[in-house]
Design a protein around this ligand. Structure first.
Ligand code: MN
Length: 242
């Protein structure tokens, strides 16, 4: 039997207000990792640096999940109206994990907020709120629509790791984000775009497997190309563990 790699999933702590739907959202990531052959482990935040480091060293791969907004102060901007669910402790934990994985060649898949987070970790900037800062014909914040339902197309760059993983350069994706990458961080190459030019994926050059997507593949489990992102992470984590 193939070795099942241990995949750390970052989380949002459930609050009494959001524990129902939030728990469902976390479960979608857990199931996607399990289905792809990984052992999912929820990584808490608020750990000491030493404890987080010790935990990270046990992991074979990382999945940075979706959630609220990354604090604009982390990329040198003043917060504007429209931000929501800022969480400094979560930002700090994920930035640390993202930097370790980038520097040490550990496999990482970042989803939605995760893509924004790895961009900030690489020194890039974000649109804090697409509808007010970059209005356009596509409604990227279509979080009220059924998540299996595609909202817009993305075109993936030929020759990218993402194309190799997906086996396709055009796909239809859901869209539940109001932030996006503005200036890409050092070494982080945008590798997919919506028709309006919004960056929908990026990957770290020179790294074996470090990529992020702006859509939610875990909410489209029946879609082969969604599953491919998780099996790609598990395969890379298995390689790294050997
Ligand atoms: Mn989108």
């Amino acid at each position: 039997m193939l070795h099942a790699p241990l995949i750390g999933l970052t989380t949002t702590l459930p609050t009494s207000k959001s524990s129902g739907p939030l728990a469902d959202r976390i479960q979608a990531y857990v199931r996607a990792v399990e289905r792809a052959g990984g052992l999912p482990l929820l990584v808490p935040y608020g750990l000491s640096d030493d404890t987080l480091r010790a935990l990270y060293r046990r992991l074979d791969g990382l999945l940075l999940t979706g959630g609220g907004d990354v604090s604009p102060q982390l990329y040198g901007q003043t917060p504007i109206a429209g931000l929501h669910s800022l969480d400094a402790a979560r930002d700090a934990t994920e930035l640390q994990l993202a930097r370790w994985a980038a520097d040490e060649g550990s496999p990482l898949l970042a989803i939605c907020r995760g893509l924004q987070l790895i961009n900030v970790a690489a020194g890039g900037t974000l649109f804090q709120d697409l509808p007010s800062q970059r209005p356009g014909p596509i409604r990227h914040d279509a979080d009220d629509q059924p998540s299996e339902q595609p909202v817009h197309a993305v075109t993936v760059t030929d020759g990218s790791a993402l194309t190799a993983c997906l086996g396709a350069t055009i796909l239809q994706v859901n869209s539940a984000h109001h932030q996006a990458i503005d200036q890409p961080g050092a070494g982080l190459r945008p590798t997919a775009f919506a028709p309006d030019g919004v960056i929908e994926a990026a990957e770290l050059e020179g790294h074996p497997h470090y990529l992020g997507v702006q859509w939610h593949p875990e909410r489209m489990p029946a879609e082969d190309r969604s599953a491919a992102l998780f099996t790609g992470l598990i395969a890379a984590a298995r390689d790294a563990a050997e």
